[in-house]
Design a protein around this ligand. Structure first.
Ligand SMILES: C[S@@+](CC[C@H](N)C(=O)[O-])C[C@H]1O[C@@H](n2cnc3c(N)ncnc32)[C@H](O)[C@@H]1O
Length: 268
C-alpha cells in the first residue's frame, strides 16, 4: 500500500508507521487512547457516543498490553519523524504505563509541555479535579534545544499554555482543542512540511495542518471517525475565511515585560 500525502486512512496506527521510511515526517502531533476503563472523561452535554468511550476501540485493556501498544508506537514515531508531540492525561489506569514509558524513552524526551485546561473536568469524590494534561516531546535526542524550529523573532515559546476546548465534536469524547496542534505545528514546523496524526479521531491535528499550509497524513482505527475528519476537512472554517487577517496578527508570542510578569501569554 502506498501512503499518500493529504489522505486519511482507516487503519491501525502501528501498521501505518511501519510503512513509513525513516525520518520521512516533520512532526507528529497526537493523543493516544488513555485506557480510561471506558469511563467518561470530561463533561459533554451533547455527547452522541453512548456508553462506549470510543467507536471501534475498547479503552479498557490490561496494563501489559496497553504499555506494549504505546511503546511500539512511540518507538516507530521516533524512527519516522523529527518530533513527536504526544498528549496524555495521567489517570489511575495509565499512570504506571506513563512512568515506564518516560523511563524507557528518557534519551528521547526533549521537553514536557503542560496544557492547562480552563474547564476542570472529571469530578470524582475524594480526588483532585484534573486541571492539566501533558504533552511529551519525543525525538532522536534529548537535548532541550530545538534546532529545527519556526519560533517567533523573540524566540519566546513557553512550555505551558491555557486553552479551552471550544470546538467540541458530539460524536467524539476525547478531542483536544485546535490550539494545541496549532501551537506545535506553528512553532516546530514550516509551511509545506509533513504532519502526521495516526490517532486522528475527529481530525483536529489535520484541520490545524491544513489551516497552516502543511501537508498531512492521518489514520484512525474507526471508519466513523475518519468520516468525521473528512467532513471537517471539507468545511470552510472561520479560520480559513479570516486567514489574511490572522496572518497579519500572528507576530508570535509576547515576551514578558516588567508589567506582565506572572501573566502567561497565550499564542494563537
Ligand atoms: C484520544 S483520541 C484522538 C482524538 C483526536 N486528537 C481529536 O482531537 O479528535 C484517540 C483515537 O485513537 C483511535 N485508535 C485507537 N486505537 C487505534 C489504533 N490501533 N490505530 C489507530 N487509531 C486508533 C481511537 O479510535 C480514537 O479516535
Amino acid at each position: 500500500m502506498t501512503i499518500e500525502l493529504n489522505k486519511i486512512y482507516c487503519m491501525d496506527a502501528l501498521e501505518l508507521l511501519k510503512q513509513m521510511p525513516d525520518q520521512s515526517v516533520d512532526l507528529i502531533c497526537t493523543s493516544p487512547p488513555y485506557n480510561t476503563g471506558n469511563k467518561s472523561l470530561g463533561y459533554h452535554p451533547n455527547s452522541k457516543t453512548g456508553d462506549k468511550f470510543y467507536d471501534e476501540y475498547d479503552d479498557n485493556i490490561d496494563e501489559h498490553t496497553y504499555y506494549k501498544f504505546l511503546f511500539d508506537i512511540i518507538k516507530e514515531s521516533i524512527r519516522v519523524s523529527r518530533y513527536t508531540f504526544w498528549n496524555m492525561q495521567m489517570l489511575s489506569n495509565n499512570k504506571d504505563t506513563i512512568i515506564r514509558l518516560l523511563h524507557d524513552f528518557k534519551d528521547n524526551l526533549k521537553d514536557v509541555f503542560i496544557w492547562e485546561k480552563q474547564a476542570v473536568s472529571q469530578i470524582i469524590k475524594g480526588r483532585m479535579a484534573k486541571g492539566y494534561e501533558f504533552v511529551f516531546v519525543f525525538a532522536k535526542d534529548c537535548s532541550m534545544t530545538f534546532e529545527y524550529r519556526n519560533f517567533p523573532k523573540n524566540e519566546y515559546v513557553p512550555n505551558i499554555q491555557t486553552w479551552f476546548k471550544k470546538d467540541a465534536i458530539p460524536e467524539h469524547h476525547a478531542t483536544f482543542p485546535i490550539n494545541l496542534p496549532r501551537y506545535f505545528i506553528q512553532n516546530f514546523s514550516k509551511e509545506g512540511d509533513l504532519i502526521l496524526d495516526y490517532f486522528v479521531g475527529s481530525g483536529t491535528t489535520i484541520i490545524a495542518s491544513k489551516q497552516l499550509n502543511r501537508n498531512y497524513i492521518g489514520c484512525d482505527i474507526s471508519q466513523k471517525y475518519v468520516d468525521i475528519c473528512l467532513k471537517r476537512l471539507a468545511q470552510k472554517t472561520m479560520f480559513d475565511l479570516m486567514q489574511p487577517f490572522v496572518e497579519k496578527q500572528e507576530g508570535g508570542a509576547i515576551p514578558p515585560t516588567d508589567k506582565s510578569v506572572g501573566i502567561r501569554p497565550t499564542i494563537l
